[in-house]
Design a protein around this ligand. Sequence first.
Ligand SMILES: [Zn+2]
Length: 90
Amino acid sequence: MNRMLRRMFRRGDFDCRDTRELGSDYLEDGLAPQKRSAIQSHLDKCGPCRAFIDSLSATIGILARLPRATPPASFKQSVLDRTREEKQSH
Ligand SMILES: [Zn+2]
């Protein structure tokens, strides 16, 4: 990941591999604005990556309707806290 980021910053542009690796972050709005626009400018000139992002977004749309496989850490922590409290009160 870090090696990939260094490579991207050196070139200042994304290639197909970068776009595909960051595709899910892009679709979930998890990217910094400059990376987002770098992907967007790659998608503007690259049909295969546009098709990839389209099918990825369809996949994510399906997954988003399912229960989350990995709840956020804060959620996990509050479940742990609750379990501990229940144990103490008995
Ligand atoms: Zn591409």
